[in-house]
Design a binder for this molecule. Sequence first.
Ligand code: HEC
Length: 145
Amino acid sequence: MNKKNALFGALIATALGFSATAYAHGDMVPQSVDTAGLPSLGEEWLDSNPYRAPSELNAKAVEIGDSAYNQNCARCHGLEAMSGGIAPDLRLLQPNESDDEWYKERVINGAVRNGAVYMPKMAEHISQEALWAIRTYIESRAELQ
Ligand code: HEC
């Protein structure tokens, strides 16, 4: 870890109130999410959000996504999807297929620079159904901006 990354990590840790050591040791494993009520999407990742309105599963997805987001994303991306400046404000993503691509890329691969994990690979711990539900929740927050 170079100096700049160490500083950035320490800043995140300070802002969020936990120790940099715990963060570096990867204590914060993303929590798996109960997606009862959303049918299985299979192993292959879809290209776009299957729960986007007018999907009849939209409301259910927002509900599941709300709690899943707050458990797994809020500590970096902000409570109720309003970024406090630590990580990008996800409400700025547009509800279209090209931003679905970018969303998918990030939740599958995370964000690693110079060996420092800025964002873990969420899809290793959280199902595709739950991650699209989170995307749907974020979209519902974008309308409230
Ligand atoms: C440990 C902190 C952390 C957690 C937890 C986290 N992220 Fe991130 N995320 C980041 C950072 C930092 C970036 C910016 C990375 C960069 O610029 O290289 C980012 C970028 C993103 C992006 C790209 C946004 C853009 O405008 O380019 C998406 C999408 C995203 N995160 C989704 C999520 C979702 C969904 C979750 C929860 C399942 C999540 N993240 C959890 C830190 C985190």
